[in-house]
Design a binder for this molecule. Structure first.
Ligand SMILES: [Zn+2]
Length: 301
C-alpha cells in the first residue's frame, strides 16, 4: 500500500494532485492546474471557500476571452516591481504581466491611483481629477552636492595617507564609505480597484541611490528623471484607459512654478506644453490627432 494510491483527485477538474506541494482551498486539496489560475488579492484568497473558488474559475474563463482579444499597444518596463505592465488602448484593458498570465483588467476597474515619494504625494488620479505635485527631490539632491564632494575628497585623502603610512604587518585602517541618506527612499504606487478579486495593488519602486565610492549628484538626478518619465508614462497610460474624461493636467516639474495642482495648462508656456505632448505622442500614449488637437488648443489657432 503506497503513499500515492489513496490521493483523491482534484474536486474541481478530477486532475492529479501534486504529492509534494499540495495546494489547498478551504482545507481541501486541489490540483496545480486549477490553483495556478488564481490571481486574487491575498486578503480575499485567505477567506476563499470552495464555492468561491468555483465561482472564481468561471470568472477566470470569461476573463480568458479578454486575453484572447488583447492587443498590446503599450508596454511599460516596470521590471523593478517584478512586472512589465501592458496596456491595450483600443479595448481599454491592462495586465500586470507582459505574458498575460494574470487577470486582464478593464480600465474602468480602477478607482484611483496615488503615487508618493516616501509619504509625499506626487500624483493623485481619480475620476474627477488628475493632480501632479511639485517634487523637491532634485533640489534636495543638488543641495547635497558640496557635502558629498567633501566626503569623497576626505576619503581620497585618507586612502593616500593609508598607502604612505601603512606598516607592513598591521591591518589597514578603517576608511569610512561615503554614506549620506538619499533625498527619498522609494516611490509607492497605490492602485485602488472596484473589482471582485482585487481591492488594491501596491508597488514599491526604490529610488536611485548614491554610489558609495563615487557618489555623483548628476548621475542621481539623471536616474531620478528616468524614473519620473516612467511614472508619467504609467499615469498617461491610465489616462488612456481609465481617466479619459478627466481634464488633463500634465505633470509639471518646472521648479519655477510653485504649485502645479491647480489652474489650467494654458497658464504655462504653450511651447513647453506642446513638447510634452509631442513626447507623449512619440511614446504612443496619445494619438497624432490628439496631439494636433492639443497643439491647436495651446496655440489658440
Ligand atoms: Zn484541478
Amino acid at each position: 500500500m503506497g503513499l500515492f494510491s489513496k490521493k483523491e483527485p482534484c474536486p474541481i477538474c478530477g486532475g492529479k494532485i501534486d504529492i509534494f506541494f499540495p495546494r489547498k482551498i478551504e482545507g481541501q486539496l486541489v490540483c496545480d492546474n486549477c490553483y495556478d489560475k488564481l490571481d486574487v488579492q491575498e486578503e480575499i484568497l485567505n477567506s476563499f471557500t470552495m464555492a468561491d473558488f468555483r465561482e472564481y474559475l468561471s470568472y477566470y474563463e470569461q476573463n480568458q476571452q479578454l486575453r484572447e482579444g488583447f492587443n498590446t499597444s503599450y508596454a511599460l518596463d516596470f521590471s523593478v516591481i517584478g512586472n512589465d505592465m501592458v496596456f491595450d488602448f483600443d479595448n481599454k484593458l491592462f495586465c500586470v504581466d507582459d505574458k498575460l498570465n494574470k487577470l486582464i483588467f478593464a480600465g474602468k476597474d480602477v478607482v484611483s491611483i496615488v503615487i508618493k515619494e516616501d509619504s509625499t504625494p506626487l500624483f493623485e488620479c481619480n475620476h474627477r481629477e488628475i493632480k501632479s505635485y511639485q517634487s523637491s527631490v532634485k533640489e534636495r539632491a543638488l543641495q547635497m552636492a558640496p557635502q558629498l564632494a567633501q566626503m569623497v575628497s576626505n576619503q581620497r585623502l585618507m586612502r593616500n595617507m593609508e598607502r604612505i603610512t601603512r606598516e607592513e604587518d598591521k591591518a589597514p585602517r578603517y576608511i569610512p564609505i561615503v554614506d549620506l541618506p538619499e533625498p527619498f527612499k522609494a516611490f509607492h504606487i497605490h492602485i485602488k480597484f472596484e473589482h471582485p478579486y482585487w481591492n488594491n495593488m501596491d508597488f514599491r519602486v526604490s529610488g536611485p541611490t548614491f554610489s558609495n565610492e563615487y557618489p555623483d549628484v548628476n548621475e542621481y538626478i539623471k536616474e531620478y528623471t528616468e524614473q519620473i518619465t516612467n511614472l508619467e508614462a504609467f499615469i498617461n497610460a491610465f489616462r488612456r484607459i481609465t481617466f479619459s474624461d478627466v481634464k488633463a493636467q500634465p505633470a509639471d516639474n518646472n521648479p519655477a512654478s510653485q504649485s502645479s495642482h491647480s489652474g489650467s495648462s494654458s497658464d504655462s508656456d504653450p511651447v513647453a506644453e506642446i513638447k510634452k505632448y509631442k513626447e507623449l505622442m512619440e511614446g504612443g500614449i496619445i494619438t497624432e490627432e490628439e496631439f494636433s488637437e492639443k497643439k491647436r488648443q495651446l496655440l489658440r489657432i
